[in-house]
Design a protein around this ligand. Structure first.
Ligand SMILES: Cc1cc2nc3c(=O)[nH]c(=O)nc-3n(C[C@H](O)[C@H](O)[C@H](O)COP(=O)(O)O)c2cc1C
Length: 321
């Protein structure tokens, strides 16, 4: 998620779930091909499985970008066909590509030909006055013909004229039924649903209709929910018995990163929502908010913040997400 997530966030989330697939924020082909690659595309091996999301609409530029990302070791390439910002529309990519399904198919085909890893697309159910039945169907058919490995559908339209990107995440109504119908129409297409899914029990409900669920804001703002993913969705033991234990495991990473010149707050900003209904959660957040931004702040600030919050096992009902 642009402006929110980064490699520190992904490393932290991976401490909470071994099994969830983790995505980068959108990175444009221009940035991949001409930008500071080391900064934009770096990831820690611990993040696997990790997907890079590309923004673009030139099949050749996407193919070259996808090859670069595959060579770096990303596990999957995802193409953004859902972002509604003006900047993106000027570049003729993101959600406005819902109106150009043939071009999206060409992009997928080019990326598939350039890499040996899965290529997926994240889209909306339509834009502006498009009919979601026809628009999503047309997109699905062209990307399937191009060999797409999965389609992630944010289950609402984007209104490109008149709504801000933030409003476009809340205002157009959600239509989960449209996504379920897509799966019923194309049973061989892997369909992942996204949009407004707040809890793991809601996610389990969706899994009766589709193959996967993507969480955006809930995962970022309430990362404690991720600690329940491996057990609730995959029937496996979570990586740590408590949010506290996962946070303690972040400390060696923080020490490494701070030694390399990373500001402490660049990492700790992602952990503020880690404790939910746990005594000391507010004090934890407050300590980090005040101390982590100070010049020279070190991993000791995180250890001190953790000393303020109770270590409670994740199996208690409060974390049954
Ligand atoms: C701050 C922010 C940045 C986002 N950036 C991206 C992005 O880079 N790529 C993308 O596909 N979606 C992006 N999204 C949209 C989310 O991935 C997701 O589709 C949307 O928030 C709806 O899902 P949710 O209700 O689970 O958050 C962003 C959302 C937010 C809040």
């Amino acid at each position: 998620m642009m402006d929110w997530t980064d490699r520190h966030c992904r490393f932290f989330h991976r401490l909470l779930t071994r099994r969830a697939l983790i995505y980068t924020e959108m990175i444009t082909t221009g940035a991949v091909l001409h930008g500071d690659r080391a900064r934009l595309l770096a990831f820690d091996p611990a993040e696997h499985p990790v997907v890079v999301q590309l923004g673009g609409s030139d099949p050749q530029a996407l193919a070259r970008s996808a090859r670069t990302c595959a060579d770096l070791g990303y596990d999957e390439i995802n193409l953004n066909v859902g972002c509604p910002s003006d900047r993106v529309q000027d570049g003729r990519f993101g959600a406005c590509l819902m109106a150009e399904p043939v071009l999206v198919g060409d992009c997928v085909a080019a990326m598939k030909a350039a890499t040996g890893i899965p290529v997926t697309v994240k889209c909306r159910i339509g834009v502006d006055d498009q009919d979601p039945e026809a628009a999503l169907d047309a997109l699905a058919r062209t990307v399937m013909a191009a060999g797409v490995d999965a389609l992630i559908v944010h289950a609402r339209k984007a209104w490109l004229d008149g709504l801000s990107p933030k409003e476009n995440r809340d205002v157009p109504p959600l239509d989960y039924e449209r996504v379920y119908r897509l799966k019923r129409t194309y049973p061989h297409l892997e369909v992942v649903i996204n949009g407004g899914i707040a809890t793991l029990s809601d996610a389990l409900g969706h899994l009766a209709h589709v193959d996967g669920v993507m969480l955006g804001r809930a995962a970022y703002q309430e990362p404690w929910r991720l600690l329940a993913v491996d057990r609730a969705i995959f029937g496996e033991t979570p990586p740590f018995a408590s949010a506290h234990a996962a946070a303690r495991a972040l400390i060696p990473y923080i020490e490494r990163e701070v030694a390399r010149g990373t500001r402490l707050s660049a990492i700790t900003r992602h952990v503020l929502g880690l404790f939910h209904a746990v005594p000391g959660a507010r004090a934890f957040r407050r300590h980090l908010a005040i101390e982590a931004v100070k010049p020279g702040a070190s991993a000791a600030v995180m250890a001190d913040a953790l000393a303020l919050v109770l270590d409670r096992p994740a199996d208690l009902p409060h974390i049954a997400a």
